[in-house]
Design a protein around this ligand. Sequence first.
Ligand code: ANZ
Ligand code: ZN
Length: 848
Amino acid sequence: MSRYSAAEIEANWQKAWDEAGIFRAEPDPSRPKYYVLEMFPYPSGRIHMGHVRNYTMGDVIARHKLATGHNVLHPMGWDAFGMPAENAAMASGGHPKDWTYQNIADMRAQMKPLGLSIDWSREFATCDPEYYGQQQALFLDMLEAGLVYRKNAVVNWDPVDMTVLANEQVENGKGWRSGAEVERRELTQWFFAISDMAEELLEALDTLDNWPAKVRLMQENWIGKSRGLQFAFGLNDGPENFDRIEVYTTRPDTLLGASFVAVSPDHPLAKHLEKDNADLAAFSAECRKGGTTEEAMEKAEKRGYDTGLTVRHPFDTSWELPVYVANFVLMEYGTGAIFGCPAHDQRDFDFATKYGLPIIPAFLPAEDADPALTEAFVPPKTEPVHYVSSFVGDTWQTGAEAIDATIDFCEANGVGQGVTKFRLRDWGLSRQRYWGCPIPVVHCDACGVVPEKKENLPICLPDDVTFDIPGNPLDRHPTWRHTSCPACGADARRETDTMDTFVDSSWYYVRFTAPRADTPTDLAAADYWMNVDQYIGGVEHAILHLLYSRFFARAMKLTGHLPASAVEPFNALFTQGMVTHEIYQTKDTAGRPVYHLPEDVTDGRLADGTEVEIVPSAKMSKSKKNVVDPIGIIDAYGADTARWFVLSDSPPERDVEWTAAGAEAAHKHLARVWRIASEIAEGAVDAAPDADDALLREMHKAIHDVSTGVESFGFNAAIARLYAFTGVLAKSEAGTQAKREAARTLAQLMSPMTPHLAEELWQMLGGEGLIATAPWPVADPSMMKDDTVTLPVQINGKRRTEIQVPQDMPKDEVEAIALATEAVQRALDGGQPKKVIVVPGRIVNVVV
Ligand code: ANZ
Ligand code: ZN
């Protein structure tokens, strides 16, 4: 018998699949289609275990669907634009394009040995001009449809690198690369009108039954629908044309607890006052520093500037409130002005404490509660509280009820309107970067902003750029930006902003349905393949990527690039857990941790004998060196072992801890299956088929459990069942025919997880054709039943013995057998039982 040599068989079978072209997807109306997609990778240059887990899960589903008669689309591509390529160019002088395509080649070469059932003929990278040119066409159609527009917006400006930073590039108010204090600047930027679809994007979440509830909730919170009151405070002695301050509140029930009004530094009133108030101007300038993120705003110390102005309370005009300019009020939300209620908002509480403003509760937790609060009282809106100073009277109500009642009251009294607002802002897509999709418009002095003509697409990035000085290379390119106006032909300038890379990933899943089409999509292909039936990826993309994709699907439908039948892009979503590993560390002389790669640690020691400290398992990360390179694992054990391991130990939504022992055990198991199957294959064939009930039963149970496990992301449960089946097969005394059939079934059931080993066993055991396309076995429920059950027999509530009876034996016969047992006979001592209770399949109770 030959040994299990993964290296040999894996390459062979990959070649065989390739030659047979079985993963090539073509529309075929006669078969049900199934589109499975894993979030496409960023070409960083190396695959990691997270990729292996993600793509293996998708592959298991794809292969199972193929074997169950589906026409499967399982593509792969590269999310290839973005900062790291430019950073690499800045650091080592190469070109982002070369860096990216080299990484793609490397990663493809690392991915292929995994044996994924991918239709590689559909591969593309988002930095291919063929892709981004179609994206430009899409952009132009969206521009025409009013889904894209320009406006001034506040951005994070790095004064040293002279560039706009994304929010995540601002660390503690400083530019991540330059370390310079980030400023807020107003620039003209391009925006997608995603907020126009806020209501629809929110409502359609209800239809996404096959998405994790937590992801739907995150999207709901991000869209952030709120109902509140918009009204104005009359302004006393304000500058000309300023006689009121409009505010938006979601807690109108706290209106009688108001103690100040605050406006954003970017509010027109603040800007007006700033003109002849140097102190205020300096204060506002200070506020404009620091990031624009809500999080940054949340963390920053709350500061205000007292303008000396006052407003009148709408319900008691003799009640005056001071007006501040405050750093925590955003111009982009509501009206850019608020009233503060320190009693019920911690931020307002801190502010009031700092500036000595009154703290007036509108409601309290109990009738006898002390109205002098030491912190803001912020109960859930669903909880009844005692209102003491509000328009709803001295009464117990929930916040939700009181808010509604107050809005009604205010509307009836002509003080403002109930309004619905969304937190979702329009999506700013302009990036002052080179390595992205150029925005296909031209600036003409005579005509203004003019869309490029479609026949001029793609507007390609110039290759001859350098990264030795900060700023956008497109801006300083000697010729690229000079062009002629598509409308009047005069000299004009190209837009030098490129698109946010989230745009690239918002429609790639449609492009996979017709990756070479000379329009963004091919409607017939999109109609056949869309929607994605199963999407798999990391929960870190739960908000933006998925929301943007949902927006794009709608925008593409509106612009005729998707058929009306496509609504939501992803029918089902699965968010997988991470691959973790222990962290090994020692300390340097200064006591700082020094990390060591798992491969350099044996039995808790380094090669020189130094003992390492073991820190509990965490997400694999290069900085902690707790990474295991999939390439090393594949070289040592083969892809099937890696695939089997990442699926086996934990439910796929949870983290899985990679251990050397676990990988070793997985490999041993696969070698054992190989041995068992080889022995069966080599055994002489018996004359008569000689089935074995226990083996058949285990086989049908395995078919059933693996099928349901694979369909419901219960891969670990499916694998547990396969271990059991293997154990029974190994011990089975059945005839060779029966064992062969069982071993072939075992191979089939393993084939989605360990496709190469499965093919080899299949061939060894006389299976026909490729196992990858062999029809999936079907479980016979009648074969799955254990035919006998063991029932405990209790006498007066105490377990005394047990009986073995056929599963479906009638109650009276079970009773007779129980009564006939020696234990019961002894207890009866010749008498009759008072009562006998038979719970079929469970227990027999005898009362004597
Ligand atoms: C008075 C009040 C009292 C508020 C109270 C809250 C609690 P959500 O619910 O997240 O939508 N707000 C309104 N516009 C703002 C802006 N431009 N910048 C910063 N804060 C702003 O947030 C709405 C609440 O956030 C509003 O309700 C307002 O403060 C504040 F006990 O008004 B509230
Ligand atoms: Zn012009």
